[in-house]
Design a protein. Structure first.
Length: 101
């Protein structure tokens, strides 16, 4: 056997590559999970703020959005219907609600 062609030690670079790939995938999945959570939180906050705004007005929409860790970006009232847009992190969501008596 030629000592220059030995395969001893070849597992270490392979194992290091696999560990690096797993670490990169983990970081990517954590980032994706954060984005999904922000979008879900934004939708929930928008729905709640729209319902509160339709029932009790803009101030109620603002406070409801804040309680859901969101910032109210817009509030438009047209008769008994309201449309709100909220932001949670980088995610935005819009929801409508109508007051019916």
């Amino acid at each position: 056997m030629d000592p220059r062609r030995s395969e001893d030690g070849q597992a270490l670079p392979l194992a290091a590559g696999v560990v690096a790939l797993v670490a990169a995938l983990t970081v990517g999945l954590v980032a994706l999970g954060g984005l999904v959570a922000q979008r879900s939180g934004a939708r929930t906050a928008a729905d709640a703020a729209a319902l509160a705004g339709a029932a009790r007005g803009r101030d109620a929409a603002v406070s409801t959005a804040a309680r859901n860790h969101a910032a109210l970006e817009s509030f438009v009232a047209r008769g008994s219907e309201v449309e709100v847009t909220v932001r949670v992190g980088d995610a935005r969501a819009t929801a409508r609600a109508r007051r019916e008596w």
